[in-house]
Structure formats: structure tokens, C-alpha cells
Design a protein around this ligand. Structure first.
Ligand SMILES: Cc1cc2nc3c(=O)[nH]c(=O)nc-3n(C[C@H](O)[C@H](O)[C@H](O)COP(=O)(O)OP(=O)(O)OC[C@H]3O[C@@H](n4cnc5c(N)ncnc54)[C@H](O)[C@@H]3O)c2cc1C
Length: 302
């Protein structure tokens, strides 16, 4: 039997969308492959009422609460393909399994493409950090760095001194212009022009960065940007329009989180410029309520 909605991705955005639909008594199927973006961090910070909770524990709690609603179904696994069918959409789960629904919520998140440096990947989310609001407080007053990997890195370098003494590693990039250098000086940011060749320390803990000329600068944490890409090709398959965001492609949505394909909504990191769990959850609520109202009002208008 077709569902009212299929939600692809069962993390902050997807489960928040599903909750609104479940509470409206609509049939909803959440397909999830269980790889939330922040799974590399031991704790998630800043989410209302859940500050410091382990990411997977937060998501499991939300899923448990959702499972109490009788119209919700879960599928563990990946949605492979999606296409439009008369009266809705079909989702291919592989091995011949398929689901259909009147409408879709895409909430499959993004994947971080990390700078390619020896010693970096294992420290991601632990001592190599993407966001000071998420993890800066835990390193307050300690030796901090910012790795210059994108245009936005200088913005990060200007922010990080609020959390601790900061070195901006140009990483072989051009020296900032005089005005930017002045701003960095006013924020007490040290500039290190040499290229970084490796991160030192244990698998997860940073002790310093090794430079091309052999010097090691001692550090406790380093902030870096990452390019992001969609975790699934399904938005492309459906023909959704994209915009180029600060970190990577973003699915274009209206204020109700509907994509350019009628009946397909997108929520969370895939459909916004600024990323965190709270924004993702809020997007999910928007998408879920908008989708629900479309189920009511579109037939009335026909
Ligand atoms: C290291 C790190 C630490 C972070 N720490 C914080 C923090 O402390 N506080 C904070 O607010 N934010 C933090 N963030 C940001 C936060 O992780 C994201 O903003 C948030 O996870 C986005 O939620 P989402 O639901 O959009 O996507 P995700 O949480 O990434 O969830 C997407 C879900 O979709 C599933 N999926 C993907 N493809 C498919 C498919 N084809 N079929 C079925 N399922 C699929 C995935 O398995 C996953 O479960 C952190 C990010 C990183 C990288």
C-alpha cells in the first residue's frame, strides 16, 4: 500500500519531519542507513535540552519516541533510486524491494570531504573540528589552529580567538591582504605561512602540526572547513534544482522546504547553507507540516 510520505534519512531532519506526520495520523515510512554526519564526535552540543548527548543516543531516543506512533514504519538500509509514478513517487531499495508514496522528504544529509593530510581523518570530530559552536567550548583556553583550506577559512580564523589563542595556518596559500592581516592582528591571530604536511598525536588526539620545513607547532585542536557532497544521488535523479552553497551543492527549496519538484521536500544539511542539528530538526518540522497540509489542501483545490 502506498504511504502518505517516505522520508529518506532518519536523523535530525528526517525524524523531525516524520514526527509531524505521525502526529497527524498519516502513514510514513522512514528509510535510514544510520550514518549521521556527526557520528565521529563523542558528544553533540548546543541542541535544546540535549547538550552533551552522544549523537547516536540522541537519534535513537528520537526514533524510539517516533516508533510509539502506529502509522510510522522504519526500513533499515539505503534508498538507491527514486522516480515519479502516477500519484506520487517510487523508491527502489535494491534487491527488487520498492516502496511508493504520495510525497517524499529528502533528509539524507551530506558527506564531508576532508583535507587530505596524514593524521587528520581519525581526529575528525575529536580534535580536528568544523565548528566552534559545536566543539569550541571543550577546548576553551587551549592552543588552537585554523587550517586555510577555503575562502571562508579566514572568517573562521577571526572567530576562533573567542575560544583560545589561535594560529592561522596559511598552508601554502597566499598571504592575506593588508586589511585582513590587520584584522587578524587585532584579533591576536598568529599567521603561519608554511604548508602543513601532517597532524601529530594519537589516532584521535592532536598534539601539533608538522610543517613542510620540519618544524612542529604544538596545538590541542585545529578547525578546518570541508567540502560537502550529497550523501545520495536521489535529488538529482528526481530532477531537483541545486544552488552552489558555501561548502558544496545545496538543494533549492522554498520557505516550506519544498524542492523545485512538486511533492518532494528537502530538509537538513542537504537543503541549507548553515549546518547544525537544530537547524536540521527545524527544517524537518517545516517539511513535515508543509507536506501534511499539502496532502489536505491540494485535493481540495483540484
Ligand atoms: C564531526 C561533526 C560534529 C558535529 N557536531 C555537531 C554538534 O555538536 N552540534 C550540532 O548541532 N551539529 C553538529 N554537527 C552538524 C550535524 O551533524 C548536522 O548538521 C546534522 O547531522 C544534519 O542532520 P541531517 O538530518 O540533515 O543529516 P544527518 O544527520 O547526516 O543524517 C542523514 C541520515 O540519512 C541517512 N542516509 C543517507 N543516504 C541515505 C539513503 N540513500 N537512504 C537512506 N538513508 C540515507 C544517513 O545514514 C543518516 O542517518 C556536526 C557535524 C560534524 C561533521
Amino acid at each position: 500500500m502506498p504511504y502518505d510520505a517516505i522520508i529518506i534519512g532518519g536523523s535530525y531532519a528526517g525524524l523531525s519531519a516524520a514526527m509531524q506526520l505521525a502526529r497527524a495520523g498519516r502513514s510514513v515510512c522512514v528509510v535510514d542507513s544510520h550514518t549521521p554526519r556527526n557520528r565521529f564526535a563523542a558528544a553533540s552540543h548546543g541542541f535544546f535540552g540535549q547538550d552533551g548527548a552522544a549523537p547516536r543516543a540522541m537519534i535513537a531516543e528520537a526514533r524510539d519516541k517516533l516508533a510509539a506512533y502506529p502509522t510510522v514504519h522504519f526500513v533499515d538500509g539505503s534508498a538507491i533510486h527514486a522516480h515519479a509514478v502516477p500519484d506520487g513517487f517510487a523508491i527502489d531499495l535494491g534487491q527488487g524491494d520498492a516502496l511508493t508514496a504520495a510525497k517524499l522528504v529528502l533528509a539524507f544529509g551530506v558527506v564531508d570531504e576532508l583535507p587530505d593530510l596524514p593524521g587528520l581523518a581519525g581526529k575528525w570530530g575529536k580534535s580536528v573540528l568544523h565548528c566552534p559552536y559545536c566543539h569550541g567550548h571543550e577546548f576553551r583556553g587551549r592552543r588552537l589552529g585554523v587550517l586555510n583550506v577555503m575562502e571562508k577559512s579566514v572568517h573562521q580564523a577571526l572567530m576562533i580567538p573567542d575560544w583560545g589563542p589561535t594560529t592561522f595556518f596559511l598552508h601554502g596559500g597566499a598571504m592575506p591582504d593588508a586589511e585582513t592581516q590587520d584584522k587578524l592582528r587585532r584579533r591576536n591571530v598568529a599567521i603561519e605561512p608554511a604548508k602543513v604536511v601532517a597532524l601529530e598525536g594519537t589516532e584521535t588526539e592532536l598534539t601539533g602540526v608538522r610543517l613542510e620545513d620540519g618544524r612542529v607547532v604544538e596545538l590541542d585542536a585545529i578547525f578546518t572547513g570541508s567540502r560537502t557532497r550529497m550523501a545520495s544521488a536521489i535529488a538529482e535523479q528526481l530532477g531537483c534544482a541545486f544552488d552552489e552553497g558555501m561548502l558544496g551543492p545545496v538543494i533549492r527549496t522554498d520557505a516550506m522546504k519544498m524542492t523545485t519538484v512538486p511533492g518532494v521536500y528537502a530538509a537538513g544539511d542537504i537543503a541549507r547553507q548553515m549546518h547544525n542539528a537544530t537547524f536540521a530538526s527545524a527544517d524537518g518540522v517545516m517539511a513535515g507540516t508543509a507536506l501534511h497540509q499539502a496532502l489536505i489542501f491540494e485535493p481540495l483545490a483540484a
